[in-house]
Design a protein around this ligand. Structure first.
Ligand code: HEC
Length: 121
């Protein structure tokens, strides 16, 4: 008898806690995406900007030239995975930045975010 009452009160006590978890997850999820993009932006500015984020820079104009990230983002059929795969292949014409999987993903997110043209460089 007393045991049942006990269980009941625990469940009642936990209800707000689980509701709190749901709220917390809802709050965290969108800001995570934003963090991912911010992190990619910081990495790009630190590691890639000298080659890929110059004013007035467009797409590649020939062998040995460098495309702007905005141009890379706007390529037809460009995907997040496509950019990640490029980075994973450690292309010989780029310095090896020893990027982690997370960093590659953040960078790819950031590069693709340039597609809408809101940030042209
Ligand atoms: C020293 C200059 C240099 C730096 C620094 C550099 N890259 Fe590159 N990157 C290049 C060149 C050159 C190419 C063009 C390669 C080609 O197509 O011949 C390129 C191409 C690319 C491409 C386009 C591939 C495609 O589809 O054509 C991506 C994406 C890219 N770089 C990402 C990055 C990222 C992310 C960083 C920073 C972590 C970075 N690069 C740093 C020189 C650089």
């Amino acid at each position: 008898m007393s045991n049942r009452t006990h269980n009941y009160s625990i469940r009642r006590a936990l209800a707000p806690v689980s509701l709190g978890c749901v709220l917390l997850l809802t709050l965290i999820a969108p800001s995570n995406a934003a963090d991912n993009n911010d992190n990619g932006k910081l990495l790009a500015e630190r590691l890639c900007a000298v080659c890929h984020m110059n004013a007035g820079q467009g797409d590649k104009t020939g062998p040995g030239t460098v495309p702007a990230f905005a141009a890379v983002a706007k390529r037809q059929g460009q995907t997040l995975q496509g950019i990640i795969d490029w980075l994973k292949s450690v292309p010989p014409m780029m310095p090896n930045h020893h990027l982690t999987q997370d960093e590659m993903q953040s960078l790819a997110f950031f590069i693709l975010s340039l597609r809408d043209g809101s940030t042209s460089n």
